[in-house]
Design a protein around this ligand. Structure first.
Ligand code: UD1
Length: 353
């Protein structure tokens, strides 16, 4: 049986870590990424870690003919893991049509090829954002999807619904939707990690960029929420734990352990941590003092969310190995490493044009 997996968005943050995990677990991997928001340099890091060269197709998945050509060339794929998408919440509010066009068109093209070429297994990168502002925490996979807080969130909700409808009509492909909580940290080698374009919006890169001096000061968005210290609560999941969940999801489908042809799993640590506690964890882990101030609430922020991950633990055998200390120390190691990266490796291609 073929062991070749097509990873879309393979040069992105989660995609690159997942390729490492797949290769380490015996899969052959092909990547497709147009590098519009990521650097091909990530695959050099993957190669250094795994000793394997990963082929990347520099294709925009919104182009159907070019996408189809990849499937035609590799018709015996064992599965597709679909990461490629835009993910900046703020940008999606400013440019909703860009998000709907890019995230939905690419998904439709990939699914159309999966159907045409009879690819048996599909894993989709979803998000806890589909829960909106939940009434009860922790959230289980049964927690209802509430109104999305942003067009980005809506693309994840629509993506899930499109795949569910696809699964209902197409019994040849089994799908898994992985709902990520807050991915953070980097590979322990510091050869791959998160490379935010422009000024980062997510908490961990803001923390490390503040510590290194790229950002003068971190603003905590609100300390008047009804939580234990007034700041929002999130579920930070180490990117390597998250990456491994994809390998386990694929194994689960290949071994036909699934009960339905579309299943959903929460991929979070199961622990809620506040923004202020995250900052403290960074300070304690690195021994540094972070320059931060308290600001107003960020529009669209959910007050508190963390995962019930029982289903992923029992069905997939997934056990998160890393905690907040490893998240902060690896993110910090990576931030120091990229300071010295040559520009052509560290910048998305659009910045070099
Ligand atoms: C959001 C999405 C999530 C998505 C992720 C990808 C929602 C509800 N969640 O996560 O689905 O996968 O973006 O980008 O849409 N914070 C500060 N100061 C900062 C930055 C962040 O206080 O400078 C706080 C935020 O207010 C929030 C927490 O840190 O309370 C986490 O923020 P962030 O890392 O941006 O992630 P989410 O908004 O949770």
């Amino acid at each position: 049986m073929s062991k070749t997996v097509l990873v879309t968005g393979g040069t992105g943050y989660i995609g690159s870590h997942t390729i490492v995990d797949l290769v380490e677990n015996g899969y052959d991997v092909l990547s497709v990424d147009n590098n519009s928001r990521s650097s091909i340099g990530m695959l050099e890091g993957v190669e250094k870690i795994t000793g394997k060269k990963i082929k990347n197709y520099k294709v925009d998945l919104c182009n159907f003919d070019e996408t189809r050509a990849i499937f035609e060339e590799n018709a015996s794929l064992v599965g597709v893991i679909h990461f490629a998408a835009f993910k900046a919440v703020g940008e999606s509010v400013e440019k909703p049509l860009l998000y709907f066009q890019n995230n939905m068109q690419s998904l439709m093209n990939v699914l159309q090829c999966i159907e045409e070429f009879g690819i048996p297994n599909f894993v989709f990168s979803s998000s806890c954002t589909v829960y909106g502002n939940p009434d009860q925490i922790p959230v289980t996979e049964e927690t209802p999807r509430k109104q999305a807080e942003s067009p980005y969130g809506l693309t994840k909700q629509m993506g899930e619904q499109i795949i569910e409808a696809f699964a209902a009509s197409n019994k040849k492909t089994n799908s898994i939707l992985l709902r990520y909580f807050n991915p953070a940290g980097a590979h322990d080698s510091a050869l791959i990690g998160e490379l935010p374009i422009d000024r980062p919006q997510n908490l961990t890169p803001v923390i490390t960029q503040t510590a290194i001096g790229k950002i003068p000061q971190l603003t905590v968005f609100g300390n008047d929420y009804p939580t234990r210290d007034g700041s929002c609560i999130r579920d930070m999941i180490h990117v390597c734990d998250l990456a491994h969940a994809h390998t386990l999801a694929l194994n689960y489908l290949i071994e036909e352990k699934n009960n339905f042809n579309c299943e959903i799993f929460n991929i979070g640590s199961g622990d809620g941590i506040t923004v202020l506690e995250s900052i403290k964890a960074f300070e304690e882990t690195t021994g540094m003092k972070l320059n931060y101030t308290i600001g107003g609430r960020r529009p669209g922020d959910v007050i508190a969310i963390y995962a019930n991950n029982d289903k992923a633990r029992s069905a997939l055998g997934w056990v998160p190995k890393y905690g907040i200390k490893e998240i902060m120390s690896s993110a910090w190691k990576w931030e120091q490493y990229i300071k010295h990266l040559p520009q052509h490796l560290s910048l998305p291609s659009k910045r070099l044009n």
